[in-house]
Design a binder for this molecule. Structure first.
Ligand SMILES: NC(=O)c1ccc[n+]([C@@H]2O[C@H](COP(=O)([O-])OP(=O)(O)OC[C@H]3O[C@@H](n4cnc5c(N)ncnc54)[C@H](O)[C@@H]3O)[C@@H](O)[C@H]2O)c1
Ligand SMILES: [Fe+2]
Length: 398
């Protein structure tokens, strides 16, 4: 009965998805493209921007050329570099205060998913000053224009530069959840592969696996996708298949870096309508409870969840096997799906990613509860899991 309720909910959502005005950011891409951003900001009439970033990126001097070109065109800026990995509501509030105190009129979100999501959270709180982050989490609770955000992703990655989501952790409870609202879709994205050249191999690996998780979850999901999202998922999967290990082994491969940035962008756009699934539902709980980096949680969980779906995911996984050109051990859908999962597992081993997640025994019920609530009824996964299914799955991860 419960599973039927989930399917009906998802059927109604599917109709809603066709009625929504989906958009995509305007993209500036290519080596050194960050230098073009200040001119664009000036053309759009903005005078003072808040740059939302983190301390690591500032200490790596990754923003220097941006600072210089902003000065050259006469755009004033203030830097907020207090974003934590897995950003919190406290980070957001700090950013809101600086934005208001400094009378900024737009934002540049410079960094991985954490600074981009924090900037979106700041925007949401500026648009809705009376609603806390906890009240804004969920579906379509902002419903108001937020200040313009120019996104500059430095991981490849979350795809936050082209999603309607901002994932924020409540500092008090460690509950990590998403604000999803069309107003959070960024208007502009700069995909400059030079900015990702210094990513440590481990981060390259795990953030690339996050993009893969977006593509695979969106593709294996049942209902919300249109043809565009399915095509983007396939394109992203193939780009990751061709480039992730190559770039992990040769971090200065700029063409490979650019391909990964495109993959992250495509996968982001695919899942923002097609939705993620239980890999994310469980992964978010690990990020909230233990600070597990998001990409690491995704890399660990992705093959386990896909295998646990069993035959219901064979069709779609076998198609992805064909898209990548992986040679299966037989010609059945089952064999192809298994070959695709084995490729992910092999990639994990080659990139030094652990097989299983770390979690505390006493937290299992909390993990189950949060994952179940995040996943159901919203995520149109190939199989709907009950609380017992989630628990059985989590206990199998050892
Ligand atoms: N909004 C969305 O649609 C969406 C989608 C997926 C994930 N997320 C969220 O995004 C967050 C994770 O983002 P992330 O995986 O990009 O990691 P991150 O932004 O937390 O960055 C991870 C680390 O890498 C460093 N780093 C980033 N770019 C670098 C570079 N070019 N060189 C060297 N170091 C660099 C950062 O300083 C940080 O220490 C999580 O909170 C996750 O839940 C959001
Ligand atoms: Fe993700």
């Amino acid at each position: 009965m419960y599973k039927l309720y989930c399917r009906i909910y998802q059927g109604v959502m599917k109709i809603g998805m066709y009625l929504l005005p989906w958009s995509m950011p305007e993209v500036i891409e290519g080596e050194g493209s960050i230098k073009k951003l200040p001119k664009l900001i000036k053309e759009k009439g903005f005078k003072k921007v808040l740059i939302v970033t983190d301390k690591t990126l500032v200490s790596l001097h990754l923003l220097n050329s941006l600072f210089e070109s902003l000065k050259n065109v006469g755009i004033a800026y203030v830097v907020f570099d207090g974003v934590d990995p897995n950003p919190t509501d406290l980070n957001v509030e700090e950013g809101v205060k600086i934005y208001k105190d400094s009378s900024c009129d737009a934002m540049i979100a410079f960094g991985g998913g954490s600074p981009m999501d924090c900037a979106k959270g700041i925007g949401a709180r500026i648009a809705r000053p009376k609603k806390s982050i906890a009240k804004l989490q969920g579906l379509f609770k902002v419903l108001k224009r937020i200040p313009t955000i120019f996104t500059v992703p430095t991981t490849a990655g979350t795809g936050s530069e082209t999603t309607i989501a901002a994932v924020i952790t409540e500092a008090k409870t460690h509950h990590k959840a998403s604000i999803n609202d069309l107003s959070l879709m960024p208007k502009y994205a700069v995909l400059d592969p030079e900015l990702t050249l210094g990513l440590p191999p481990k981060t390259t690996a795990t953030t690339g696996m996050d993009a893969l998780a977006h593509a695979v979850e969106a593709y294996t999901n049942n209902t919300y996708n249109s043809k565009l999202e399915k095509d983007l998922s396939k394109k992203a999967t193939k780009l990751i298949y061709d480039n992730l290990l190559k770039v992990y082994e040769n971090p200065k491969d700029i063409e490979g870096r650019q391909n990964l940035q495109r993959a992250a962008f495509y996968a982001g756009r695919a899942f923002t309508r097609g939705s993620v699934g239980y890999v994310h539902a469980i992964g978010h709980t690990l990020g909230g409870l233990y600070g597990t980096p998001h990409g690491l949680a995704m890399s660990i969980l992705l093959p386990h969840v896909m295998r646990a779906f069993g035959e219901k995911a064979y069709d779609r996984l076998s198609e992805l096997c064909d898209v990548c050109g992986i040679t299966p051990k037989g010609n059945t859908k089952k064999a192809k799906a298994e070959a695709f999962i084995e490729w992910i597992e092999d990639l994990k081993v080659k990139m030094g990613i652990p097989l299983y997640p770390e979690y505390k025994e006493e937290d299992i019920d909390q993990i189950v509860e949060w994952a179940y609530k995040e996943g159901n009824p919203l995520y149109p996964t190939p199989v709907t899991w009950t609380r017992e299914d989630f628990k059985k799955f989590i206990l199998s991860l050892r």
